[in-house]
Write a protein that binds this ligand. Structure first.
Ligand code: NDP
Length: 432
């Protein structure tokens, strides 16, 4: 802890995982002798670099870029690039650490990594975003490659940014390879990648409900965020018969009792790059609230899809009081530790992000497979594989929790199921 004192999010993520792994470590004394836990919490490599670029007014701007190559025991490093002013080393380390277990859970051969920059794409022109992405990739290209480390999108990094970064990689390295995922369909992207995280989140919720004799039909759902994950979670939940009544951004949130009009949100967020407040201005019967507070809305199911630590103890008290029965994390670590424990203690099923949002990276893995074969699969084929992976993740975490005597504790189940394969690989590969 002392070594990482300035990294509270990283400590939070490690604490949760290590608590879950206690029974596994007890059952495997050989892990201790091999220093497995000491090794797994230390990234294999951290790269931190200067990102200089020139804005439209001709001024030089300097940002700080990161790539944390956390663990390559089961495959090349894989994980997104976050572009947000809040980005720092602790946040990238927490995300990279979580990614190790998430990627393992997908059943695909991918190690864990994460990167990003404290650059804010909001309010920047396309030219500024392009110059930033080119500068960022000018350094990053030394450290990545289709068989080494394959970054992807995350907060602030969508198709536009991936396109600019891919163009610069190709120009500098003179190779056309699947070095990034989330690419445009014209240059190696996969159908269904855009939808994958949100759809996958709803598929795992649906499987949970199916196994408990229930379904999404007629359920009221609260979603937070209004970005990539939130939009496609909303779309799939409504396709399966639920009504999604909220969305948010970092400025405020909306309540739409009739159910979110997904086409309108896509127009505002994906085409106009606008704010969620505009949704309320354009649709009858919708209320807009400044600030945070989405979780006071009564719902059966809560799907936080914005960012880390957005669901606090007061929020979960309100959710429990209003009869919420299930929370599944679309974002990474949106629920604080005390809020998670409160939900679990009050009979709310809790599906952690490393299982619930793994559909994004799983489909990135499928994009890598398509790039390797130089073939493109149909939307239906990718979507069906995604669905199969989410079902298998649900059962892997459910089984692991049962095996260790903690039935229904999906935090433990997901951590254990993700850890087992990585641990076996690390043991077999020696002290490296
Ligand atoms: P987007 O950038 O598309 O959207 C992020 C949304 O969250 C926006 O509505 C944004 O609002 C809001 N948000 C971001 N930061 C904050 C903050 N500090 N406070 C309040 N709201 C905030 O990102 P994604 O949808 O891709 O990612 C959302 C979450 O899902 C992240 O935790 C990400 O790591 C996780 N995730 C994403 C995957 C993917 O495939 N995209 C895969 C797995 C996990 P605003 O516009 O105001 O900033």
């Amino acid at each position: 802890k002392a070594k990482n004192a300035e990294q509270p999010e990283f400590i939070q993520a490690v604490t949760e995982v290590l608590q879950s792994l206690e029974p596994v470590i007890e059952a495997h004394p050989e892990y201790e002798a091999a220093g497995l836990l000491e090794r797994i919490v230390e990234p294999e490599r951290v790269i931190m670099f200067r990102v200089p670029w020139v804005d439209d007014a001709g001024h030089v701007q300097v940002n700080r870029g990161f790539r944390v190559q956390f663990n390559s025991a089961i495959g090349p490093y894989k994980g997104g690039l976050r572009l947000h002013p809040s980005v720092n080393l602790g946040i990238i380390k927490f995300l990279g650490f979580e990614q190790i277990f998430k990627n393992s859970l997908t059943t695909l051969p991918m190690g864990g990594g994460k990167g990003g920059c404290d650059f804010d794409p909001k309010g920047k022109s396309d030219g500024e975003v392009m110059r930033f992405c080119q500068s960022f990739m000018t350094e990053l290209q030394r450290h990545i490659g289709a068989d080494t480390d394959v970054p992807a999108g995350d907060i602030g990094t969508g198709a536009r940014e991936i396109g600019f970064m891919f163009g610069q990689y190709k120009r500098l390295r003179n190779v056309f390879e699947g070095v990034l995922t989330g690419k445009g369909l014209a240059f190696g992207g996969s159908l269904a990648r855009t939808e994958a995280t949100g759809y996958g989140l709803v598929y795992i919720v649906d499987e949970y409900l199916r196994c408990h004799g229930d379904s999404l039909e007629g359920k009221t759902v609260c979603v937070s965020g209004s970005g990539n994950v939130a939009i496609y979670a909303t779309q799939k939940a409504q396709q399966l018969g639920a009504t999604v009544v909220t969305l948010s951004d970092s400025t405020g949130w909306i309540y739409d009792p009739a159910g979110i009009d997904v086409a309108l949100v896509k127009q505002i967020k994906e085409v106009e790059r606008g704010r969620i407040s505009e949704y309320a201005a354009r649709r009858e019967g919708v209320t807009y609230h400044e600030g945070r507070g989405v979780w006071v809305t009564p719902c059966d199911i809560a799907l936080p899809c914005a960012t880390q630590n957005e669901v606090l103890i007061d929020d979960v008290r309100a959710l429990v009081e209003n009869g919420c029965k299930l929370l599944a994390e679309g974002a990474n670590m949106p629920t604080t530790l005390d809020a998670t424990e409160y939900l679990q203690a009050n009979g709310v099923a809790f599906i952690p992000g490393k299982a619930a949002n793994a559909g994004g990276v799983a489909t990135s893995g499928l994009e890598m497979s398509q790039n390797s074969e130089r073939l493109s699969w149909s939307f239906e084929e990718v979507d069906e594989k995604l669905h199969g992976i989410m079902v298998s993740i649900y059962h892997a975490m459910d089984d692991a929790a049962k095996r260790y005597g903690h039935e229904g504790n999906y935090v433990m189940g997901a951590n254990i199921a993700g850890f087992e394969k990585v641990a076996a690989a690390m043991m077999a590969e020696g002290i490296v």
